[in-house]
Ligand binder design. Sequence first.
Ligand SMILES: CC(=O)N[C@H]1[C@@H](OP(=O)(O)O)O[C@H](CO)[C@@H](O)[C@@H]1O
Ligand SMILES: [Mg+2]
Length: 568
Amino acid sequence: MSKLPFQTLKAFSDAHPKPSNRHFQYGTAGFRTLGSTLDSVMFRVGVLAGLRSKRLDGKTIGVMVTASHNPEQDNGVKLVDPRGEMLEASWEGHATVLANAATTDEFLTALDALVKAVKIDVSKPARVVYARDTRSSGPALVAALEDGFKALGIEARDAGVTTTPILHYLVKAINTKGTPESYGEDSEDGYYKKLSGAFKKLVAGKTEPEPLVIDCANGVGAHAAAKLAEYLGNSIPLVLENIATSTPGVLNESCGADYVKTTQRLPPNLVDKLKPGQRACSLDGDADRLMYYYLDERGHFYMLDGDKIAALVAAFIVDLVRLAGLDSEIKVGVVQTAYANGASTKYLSERLPVKCVPTGVKHLHHAAEHYNIGVYFEANGHGTVLFSPTTQEKLAKHEPSTPAQSTALNHLINLTQLINQTVGDALSDMLLVEVVLTHKSYSGVEWNSLYADLPNRLVKVVVSDRNAFRTEDAERRLVSPHGLQTRIDELVRRYGGGRSFVRPSGTEDVVRVYAEASVRSQADGKDYPHVIGTSTYVVFVTELAFRVAGLVYDEAGGDPSRRPKEFL
Ligand SMILES: CC(=O)N[C@H]1[C@@H](OP(=O)(O)O)O[C@H](CO)[C@@H](O)[C@@H]1O
Ligand SMILES: [Mg+2]
């Protein structure tokens, strides 16, 4: 077995020293922190991507440079495995070890140890495809990444500035090229062709929808949405907003899917642009999350989040499977996290199997793989639908006995092409939503009325050590700090039996508190400070969230003089 090119690695590594005062962690979203601190991490991830590829016999690994919905000065990097899915969990640990080696010598020693531990044949070829979002720190960080590729002699393909889901698509398309499982042409154009082609077939013969407004978060989704619009032609009119991708300071600023979800508000600059009832949606900074919404005649804002998307899509697919005459053979299931609105869980559980898993796309994705058709969405708008390989075969081979069965079957087959099954994809999900709304002749109002959201509130608590918080039962209960869960349970009972849970964030140095009322909101017309919306239950749930946040803060030994004043 040949050895790693230590001399070359050393020379390159010396040019990318690790900042001594930083600890890096490969978390739910890869490495993500201030862009200005990430040079050494990028270089090392470049080398690691090559080793991952060698370990997998030269299959192409994806590398995405993005910090998604986070502030513009942040950046990050994550690896994509050959089938287009997230990096295998055990390698997250290897990534963290390499990123934290203090010196070049330690880095080389860690590389050597990794090669031995996971039995990498370094003589194998290494291939990667990489891309970045529109952040201004991107080019320099990509240069560091490319040094990692050069240091290991990796065959690297630059996919340029593009969305995270397009990069995932490319990885899968490259690795399945020329095989019976070919995922599509391995180019960005191939992606637009595949999605737009399937969309046009799915809406053929239906009335053209009203224009859809897309808030592109001033991010890379603006580029992709503009190209997609060309391919879609007049099958759906798209109006693109927040497309200033080269203006400093505007990325994700008061716009984008995360802003909409966390503030439960319309991006302020859309206020005058939406007509009552007009459908609109927001992408996040790397276009893998999607939020829909509309305003009513009085200008009230209604949000259709990931849970509402899951409800809409799952019900539609269940219907199609039944209409195709396949309901005894193909079972549809849904995967959610603890953040799913309780009303959505109730709505879905009454219709099909629903599973709750810990936060983070990889958990949802893996759980969804266990269904014949698995629909997964996080409340924040990240999700997709997976058709198992045997289900796809069944669809291809099934012989319909009536014209109605044949139509439903074709719709299902076209959905497998429309949906980006590698990862949540805002643009693909948007077209999916549009297909369902068109087929059902739903406006946002009808969609929204599938169920009424329970009022809820999410609060962040800054603590000195979030690792002191450990959970069980898909993060719905705390096992440590000892006794805290019991006190939360008591509070929840006092507030009329809603729901609240506490978990450490995997992407930020905070503990998150979620609280939800048990009864749906009825507007009482009053205004309350610190409160989103106007209803007694919203006030209740806000109070509950801030009480739990107070408990968490005090339990974690927070400084009383800096205790946020809204905590109760
Ligand atoms: C409450 C919430 O929205 N949490 C988000 C957030 O994770 P945290 O572990 O909660 O920081 O970022 C993840 C990555 O984008 C996303 O998967 C998840 O849903
Ligand atoms: Mg994102």
